[in-house]
Design a protein around this ligand. Structure first.
Ligand code: FPP
Length: 247
């Protein structure tokens, strides 16, 4: 029986996020340039998007480029941006055929203009799709996002539109770039690293964390389904005792 067949389709996490890691190591192990690792990572992106849509995940977030990634060598950053543009252009038709909406979070203004333009076109084109939303985190870091949210809230308080006493969980969530979707219930990270790396720090408060040693370019549908299967075996209590959360 495959991992997909073992999945309980009535208990699919509505939002899954993925830290795609290990492209560089995958390439190095074969004596190849890091950029070849990124190119091979695109196949894993395709498989993961398909796998998530097939079982009814409603939101899938992929951490494609962090604020810290700008510090990588210029040639690697340029190659990643080119790869993003070409992947977006190539995959827009597949997204349309599969009724998948594309959106992006992060400091999109900091992206090169051709990357921004292609991204915005794909976002507009797929805006009416309803099966699943694919969220690409680009030039994203959670601390950056929390600072942006804090500024917006401070401005609302200063302008008298909001009282400081009314700031609660929902006010913070509503001012984050993920305000349109539920918090992730499952976070997957590849390549054996056990870190969150400045990704959705607020939103991951109650998420289940799943780590696999697979390097991102080797990650396939079956690996995604194994993560879902593992998630379904967890006892999610949100700080309560077991009797309060099971029926
Ligand atoms: C991490 O591996 C991966 C990235 C920084 C980039 C991920 C980007 C892609 C897979 C390209 C396509 C993306 C989309 C959404 C079309 P790493 O370079 O940090 O690997 P290392 O830790 O082994 O050095």
């Amino acid at each position: 029986m495959s991992a997909k067949e073992r999945i309980d389709l009535s208990k699919i996490p509505s939002h899954v996020c993925v830290i795609m890691d290990g492209n560089g190591r995958w390439a190095k192990r074969q004596g190849l340039l890091r950029t070849i690792g990124h190119q091979n990572g695109v196949k894993a992106v395709r498989d993961t998007v398909e796998a998530a849509a097939e079982i009814g995940v409603k939101f899938l977030s992929l951490y494609a480029f962090s604020t810290e990634n700008w510090k990588r060598p210029r040639w690697e950053v340029d190659a990643l941006m080119d790869l993003l543009v070409s992947s977006i252009n190539k995959e827009t038709k597949t997204l349309m055929d599969n009724n998948i909406r594309l959106t992006a979070i992060g400091d999109i203004e900091s992206l090169p203009s051709n990357c921004r333009k292609n991204l915005q076109e794909a976002i507009q084109k797929t805006a009416g799709n309803t099966r699943m939303t694919l969220i690409i985190a680009l030039s994203y870091s959670s601390r950056w996002e929390i600072i942006q949210a804090s500024k917006k809230i401070a401005e609302a308080v200063a302008a008298g539109r909001l009282s400081a006493d009314d700031i609660d969980d929902s006010v913070i969530s509503a001012n984050l770039s993920t305000s349109f979707c539920p918090d992730p219930e499952l976070m997957i990270r590849t390549s054996g690293e056990h870190r969150i790396s400045n990704f959705m720090l607020w939103q991951l408060a109650y998420a289940e964390l799943y780590f696999t040693d697979k390097l991102w370019p080797d990650f396939r549908k079956e690996d995604f389904y194994e993560a879902i299967e593992d998630f379904q075996k967890r006892d999610r209590r949100y700080g309560m005792v077991q009797e309060q959360t099971t029926d």
